[in-house]
Design a protein around this ligand. Structure first.
Ligand SMILES: *Cc1c(COP(=O)(O)O)cnc(C)c1O
Length: 464
């Protein structure tokens, strides 16, 4: 039987089988590889030269395209699950989660509606319910896995403003000229980004030396700005330092005001699963909404943020899209994940986490998170022992920030570049209060104490 040129891309032919085999072989090798190099970026011109032109009318063929990916493109991407990737927030998907991501794609699953994806949505919802219970939210709490914390925070804040609008309208009160969000000046940049998108203002509240936002400061801001405040954002683990705001006192300040409490736990809220740090998050149970990124400390592949509402109906009210072609979906009371955030088409990106949790059980997640917290303490002790280093703050979670005595910004940058050039580690400089520093974000269970000590050793000499 001959295959028409058009059918070629979708028909099950020998060519198709070969392509699928090549891609799965590559994926299998990568998933079980013990020595994937750290790799590093190349300049665009260099990549153009090495990769050549890959898109033309006839196609270059799967073998050649995969070869270019393997030998040119992939090596120009930093291996984010490398144990010595310690910058920003690393990624460390479990093997089960990463492997199952292939299944999500292979199955062409649609995760936007119950009608189309009931089975997938059911499994995602079980994970969301489990997380909600861990965080102390009541039965009935729920939400959706969105692309990332930025979109999760935005979607939650849009729901918060919608709720405030409804509340003021019911009370016959007038709308404020400008809506406002109250948060710490240390809150993640995505809160300011959400405010820009929504055209609302951010009231940045100053914090004490320990970096924690507290209820008294929030109460003052609420008194000063009154009805124009529609949301207070508490950070459950700042990205720079892993600092957890005093959520209980913030919840206290918000209680009874009608203002929405959102907890941004994109990085840190996962640490509530560890008995070591669980108590730091007291008060989360009062949140009207929260986010935590499984692609960070819950060991899921990119990209997944769990957005959970105390009352999902408020999320649905703010976000459901209405259109004639969607009437079949929106005229039912089915649980459709599209309804709970600023999105429509979605892959069921919570499934890799579901599969991994089902495979390994929750206990080993708690242990893995606890191990990173303990490792952060241990390396902080070592930093304090070294005369050439200064610990900027005792770590609360898995982020360790320290300075090299006598170094300027250029020294940190040169050191960081050398580490990556030598394929030793990926540690980018950070800064605090105008001073450059070095920062370890520890969450990969394969990161060892010796890895970290080896990096500290490279800072010992005087010459950079
Ligand atoms: C990472 C992070 C975000 C943003 O999440 P993305 O998934 O990168 O969009 C928001 N808030 C905090 C505290 C974070 O650590």
């Amino acid at each position: 039987m001959t295959t028409s040129p058009v059918a070629r891309m979708h028909a099950i032919t020998d060519e198709t089988r070969t392509i699928v085999d090549m891609v799965l072989d590559y994926s299998r090798a990568r998933l079980v590889s013990e020595d994937t190099p750290l790799d590093k970026p190349l300049a665009a011109a260099e990549l153009s030269r090495l990769a050549g032109r890959t898109i033309d009318e006839d196609g270059i063929g799967a073998r050649k395209a995969l070869g270019i990916f393997e030998h040119v493109l992939a090596p120009a991407c930093i291996t984010t699950d490398d144990p010595r990737y310690l910058s920003f927030i690393p990624s460390a998907p479990t093997k089960a989660a990463a492997a199952f991501d292939l299944v999500v794609s292979a199955s062409a699953l649609y995760g936007g509606s119950w009608l189309e994806g009931a089975g997938a949505v059911h499994a995602e919802n079980e994970v969301l319910r489990w997380l909600a219970a861990e965080f102390g939210l009541p039965n009935g709490a729920g939400g959706v896995f969105v692309q990332g914390g930025t979109l999760g925070n935005l979607s939650a804040l849009v729901a918060a403003r919608e709720a405030a609008r409804a509340r003021l309208q019911e009370a016959g009160a007038t709308r404020p000229d400008r809506w406002k969000i109250v948060c710490s000046v240390e809150a993640h940049s995505s809160i300011a980004s959400a405010a820009r998108v929504m055209d609302v203002d951010v009231v940045g509240v100053r914090v004490q030396d320990d970096g924690m936002l507290r209820g008294d400061a929030v109460r003052e801001a609420l008194d000063e700005h009154g009805d124009s405040v529609f949301a207070v954002v508490a950070t459950a683990g700042s990205t720079n330092f892993g600092i957890v705001d005093d959520i209980a006192s913030i919840a206290d300040a918000v209680a009874g005001t009608g203002v929405w409490l959102h907890v941004d736990g994109a990085y840190g809220l996962a640490a509530m699963l560890s008995p070591r740090t669980r108590d730091r998050f007291a008060g989360v149970e009062h949140a009207d909404s929260l986010v935590v990124d499984p692609h960070k400390w819950l060991f899921a592949p990119f990209d997944a943020c769990a957005l959970i509402y105390r009352d999902p109906e408020l999320g649905r009210r703010a976000h459901t899209q209405h259109a004639e072609y969607l009437d079949t979906l929106t005229e039912t009371s089915d649980w459709s994940p599209s309804d709970f955030a600023a999105h429509l088409t979605r892959r069921p990106r919570g499934l890799p986490l579901w599969f991994s949790l089902a495979t390994y059980g929750a206990a080993v997640y708690r242990e893995a998170i606890t191990a990173s917290i303990d490792l952060a303490q241990r390396i902080a002790d070592e930093i304090e022992r070294r005369p050439e280093l200064t610990l900027v703050r005792r770590p609360q979670l898995g982020v360790v920030v320290f300075e090299r005595v006598g170094w300027e910004k250029a020294d940190y940058t040169a050191w960081s570049t050398r580490l990556l050039d030598a394929q030793h580690a990926f540690v980018t400089p950070s800064s605090h209060a105008g001073r450059t520093n070095a920062r370890f974000a520890i969450l990969n269970p394969r990161t060892t104490y010796d890895d970290l000590v080896g990096i500290l050793d490279t800072m010992a000499g005087t010459a950079v």
